[in-house]
Design a binder for this molecule. Structure first.
Ligand code: CMP
Length: 138
């Protein structure tokens, strides 16, 4: 099934000059870029995006991290895009990520892990319209 997934290049990835490399990896791995924009989230925007984690001990730290600098939001499309992007990103904790994955190559910690990707169809259905309206997705 052709799916859409939301990718985010997080503040660490943008600051470390990885935007182009990561976009190139998406294209080389057969993803189509349906929409893309750079934004700097407010605290309330980041809190709303990560509301499913609001009871977690790392929530405040995660929101601080995600608002410390600009991020790049990307809607990707491909066959099995959600799982395929999770495989390309690697495990949340870079220590557990496989060789060749984005997080293995570039992430410094479980929090500062360079990229986000929707973890299910349900998440993608919330996450994509959180940031993009229908006219922005080609
Ligand atoms: P992400 O895929 O964006 O989903 C939630 C984010 O919370 C995750 O990537 C990490 O950036 C962060 N995160 C998840 N687990 C932890 C943890 N145990 N400690 C700190 N941050 C975490």
């Amino acid at each position: 099934m052709i799916e859409r997934t939301l990718s985010i290049i997080k503040p660490d990835g943008v600051k470390n000059g990885l935007t182009g490399k990561i976009i190139r990896l998406f294209e080389e791995n057969g993803f189509e870029i349906k929409a893309i924009k750079k934004v700097h989230l407010s605290r309330s925007e980041a809190e709303g995006f990560y509301y499913v984690h609001k009871e977690r001990p790392f929530f405040n730290s995660l929101v601080s991290f995600m608002t410390e600098g600009p991020i790049v939001l990307i809607v990707l499309s491909a066959e099995n895009a959600i799982l395929k992007n999770r495989e390309l990103m690697g495990a949340t904790n870079p220590k557990d990520a496989k060789e060749g994955t984005i997080r293995k190559m570039y992430a410094e910690s479980i929090e500062r892990n360079v990229v986000h990707g929707s973890d299910s169809l349900e998440s993608a259905k919330f996450e994509i319209p959180y940031f993009f309206n229908v006219f922005e997705i080609l």
